[in-house]
Design a protein around this ligand. Structure first.
Ligand code: ADP
Ligand code: ASP
Ligand code: MG
Length: 462
């Protein structure tokens, strides 16, 4: 018997038509099926905004948002089912009461910790799962909504919790395997989990993909199907490049680079559990079921392409530490990175000039000033001696990355990338090439981001 995990994203569960497609897709898959769902599109953003209003003391605004979401979900369920399900209504009422109570306490305390925020945003997935399960049942598929709390077990890094595959496997075998055996389809909430003690956590924005991959690995699934609103991973973000095309195959390594550098279609951490368990992943379109989508495996077909896709990530800051006195000094780079680590700033990209007299770091924009100040403190003596001449900041910048295994060993790729940008007078602020040679990433000013993506795409996908 085959075992398939199907994940449906925000737009795939947000309308009666979409829910109808979901039911058709699930019915069309043979064998054991586990469904993982996101919150409906826009719900997580709205919940975060309501938590922020509550934190500012605006309990009314926060409550309005939750009541609006509850109303929308009631309508969605009624429209998709064609009747009002008492069970779904009860579930929505209970969850809404809980979310409202949490927001009221945030408003009283004027404080919303990461732990509280996780409890609040979990409402999104917890409210969509029962609706999806009810629609499946109504269409003749035995289904049951389950919260991933107590199932996907994580540490307590609220907001970006790290799952434990071992503990999750033990729970999944206990909770899900018997249901699968009886032919029921568990509809599990994506994005959320809990600590072993049962405190709600979330795995990071966009992480329902990750939840699905973890469950697929925990249950030794044969395949992981990620259903979204585009026909696979495309050669560029379709919102930026009109002529972007879906890619038939990608290797795990390629997709990891693409998602890390901004391809929102798949969560950056989602590939890892699947790689380790050697489970093929397919990205498919809920709304265009006959499209082939993208198949991600350990080794993708060599299709003769050099750059498969171009991605970008905006809203970043670039810090350059520069000085002639840095060359040949052992441990210099280590001090730069230790400073970033001590400030808990994640470094998105680094590049060092070969003369060793400058090191560039790309970090999230909001961390830029904090890190610059910390570096100034760290290199206070060197700055006074002029061994370090300056610590400069440029912002907002973006990383643009060209990715493809075909780049490995192909000469002249960088020249083509820079040639394309140069001809259009897009200034490249910094460059880095991963040692794996499957990615060239460069930094441009944020205002040039979309233009740079279009130019590189045009160069390699004419
Ligand atoms: P879901 O809710 O299904 O997880 P997301 O909105 O998280 O969907 O991701 C899908 C979206 O990712 C697409 O609608 C598209 O706008 C965006 N996207 C960005 N880059 C790419 C890319 N290279 N290929 C496909 N989609 C991309
Ligand atoms: N609902 C969550 C988010 O918007 C998780 C997801 O959609 O994957 O971040
Ligand atoms: Mg997503």
């Amino acid at each position: 018997m085959t075992r398939t995990v199907l994940k449906f994203g925000g737009t795939s569960v947000a309308s009666p038509t979409a829910l109808q497609r979901v039911a058709e897709i699930v019915k069309g898959v043979k064998g054991e099926r586990i469904v993982v769902v996101s919150a409906t599109a826009g719900t997580t953003d709205a919940l975060i905004a309501s938590a922020r209003s509550a934190e500012m003391g605006d309990a009314h605004q926060a409550q309005e948002t939750v009541l609006r979401l509850a109303g929308e979900h009631k309508n969605l369920a009624a429209d998709a089912l064609g009747f009002e399900s008492a069970d779904v209504l009860k579930e929505i009422a209970d969850l809404t009461e809980r979310a409202d109570a949490l927001l009221q306490s945030v408003a009283i305390l004027r404080e919303c910790t990461a732990r509280t925020l996780d409890a609040i945003v979990s409402y999104g997935e917890r409210i969509s799962a029962p609706i999806v399960a009810a629609v499946l049942e109504h269409r003749g598929v035995k289904a049951e909504a389950l919260s991933a709390e107590g199932l996907v077990i994580t540490d307590d890094a609220f907001g970006h919790a790290n799952p434990s595959l071992e503990e999750t496997r033990a729970r999944a075998v206990k909770e899900l395997a018997p249901r699968l055996k009886y032919g029921s389809v568990p509809v599990v909430t994506g994005f959320i989990g809990s600590t072993a003690e049962g405190v709600t956590t979330t795995l990071g924005r966009g992480a329902s993909d990750y939840s699905a991959a973890i469950l697929a690995a925990a249950l030794h699934a044969d395949e992981l199907l990620i259903y979204t609103d585009v026909s696979g991973v495309m050669s560029a973000d379709p919102r930026i490049v009109k002529g972007a095309r879906p890619l038939t195959t990608l290797s795990y390594a390629e997709v990891a680079e693409l998602s890390y550098f901004g391809a929102k279609v798949l969560h950056p951490r989602a590939v890892l559990p699947a790689v380790e368990a050697n489970i093929p992943v397919r990205i498919l379109n809920t709304f265009a079921q006959s499209d082939a989508g993208t198949t991600i495996t350990k080794k993708a077909d060599q299709d003769g392409s050099v750059v498969k896709a171009t991605t970008s990530l905006g809203g970043l800051g670039l810090i350059t530490v520069q000085g002639a006195g840095m060359s040949g000094v052992p441990g210099f780079a280590a001090r730069v990175f230790d400073t970033a680590a001590a400030e808990r700033v994640s470094v998105m990209m680094i590049s060092q000039s070969s003369s060793e007299n400058s090191i560039c770091l790309v970090v999230p924009d909001e961390a830029t000033d904090r890190l610059r100040k910390a570096l100034e403190r760290m290199f206070n003596a060197e700055l006074r001696r002029h061994d370090v001449e300056r610590i400069e900041v440029e912002r907002p910048v973006a990383i643009v990355a060209a990715v493809g295994e075909g780049m490995r060993g192909t000469p002249g790729v960088a020249a083509r990338v820079f040639g394309a940008l140069g001809k259009a007078s897009v200034n490249v602020v910094a460059i880095a090439q991963g040692s794996s040679e499957l990615n060239i990433s460069l930094v441009v000013m944020d205002k040039d981001r979309e233009k740079a993506v279009r130019l590189i795409h045009e160069e390699f996908h004419r």
